[in-house]
Design a protein around this ligand. Structure first.
Ligand code: PEP
Ligand code: MN
Length: 263
């Protein structure tokens, strides 16, 4: 169903009035984790001023260590809903349990399926029954074929509103957290008709090379960019090392727009 052979024209997904795909690109920005109303409002206000329409924020956090901050859960989703309504933004947040798909429909606009759950087939099936779009992240060690099959699981279970996002894969390289696989962008666009985005934060794990990586992604045909933004990254409860503060985000966004690659 997701194959380009099956549907030659690009799928365009409406995210609360913002089209994604088919020549319309999207910027998704926001904190790694939802931490408080104040934190979320500060980011939302800056995004609104910058003309960004879609805010991310994790409520259920799949952390490597069980001792790390696990997210605010349902409270976090409620915060997203309230702050999004206040600032007129669409929201995206990760769901990790099939039973929480209904919660997502109630509180957020796009379900994110994280890299660690790309092959959680019961979760993919449940997302297939959701009535909101899904942003599917590439697994940490997933081939593109496995990635496309995971998207197919969602589509075949009834939800054709699927967006793919390259978030870096694990290699021997240590200077970046993961290795951004730029070739995934044209290949996924060639093989599927789905929107393809690039997460420059989780792929690099850095703050200093996001502009060239975002430009490369857009030049390769990406339909959107995801970046983590936090009012005070140094005290963030997750991914402190890679989140941009608000002025840094504004500089990145300005650079992306000046490049002429973001339409
Ligand atoms: C995230 O975007 O919050 C996240 C956990 O990313 P990933 O699943 O790509 O590691
Ligand atoms: Mn993160």
């Amino acid at each position: 169903l997701v194959s380009r052979k099956k549907q030659p024209e690009n799928t365009v997904i409406d995210v609360l009035g913002t089209p994604v795909g088919g020549g319309s690109q999207v910027m998704i920005a926001g904190p790694c984790s939802v931490e408080s109303y104040e934190q979320l409002r500060t980011v939302a206000s800056a995004l609104k001023d910058a003309g960004v329409k879609v805010m991310r924020g994790g409520a259920f956090k799949p952390r490597t260590s069980p001792y790390d901050f696990q997210g605010l859960g349902i409270e976090g989703l409620k915060m997203l809903k309230e702050v999004a309504a206040e600032f007129g933004l669409a929201t995206i947040s990760e769901i990790v349990h099939p039973a929480h798909i209904e919660l997502a429909e109630q509180y957020i606009d796009v379900i994110q399926i994280g890299a660690r759950n790309m092959q959680n087939f019961e979760l993919l099936k449940a997302a297939g029954e959701a009535n909101i779009p899904v942003l599917l992240k590439r697994g940490i060690a997933a081939t593109l074929e496995e990635f496309v099959h995971a998207a197919e699981y969602i589509a075949v279970n009834g939800n054709s509103r699927v967006m793919l996002i390259e978030r870096g894969i694990r290699t021997y390289e240590k200077w970046t957290r993961n290795t951004l696989d730029i070739s995934a962008v044209p290949l996924l666009k060639q093989e599927t008709h789905l929107p393809v985005l690039v997460d420059v934060s989780h792929s690099t794990g850095r703050k200093d090379i996001l502009l060239p990586c975002a430009k490369a992604a857009l030049a390769a045909g990406a339909d959107g960019i995801m970046v983590e933004v936090h009012p005070e990254p140094q005290v963030a409860l997750s991914d402190a090392a890679q989140q941009l503060n608000i002025p840094q985000f504004q500089e990145l966004w300005e650079g992306i727009r000046l490049s002429g690659l973001f339409k």
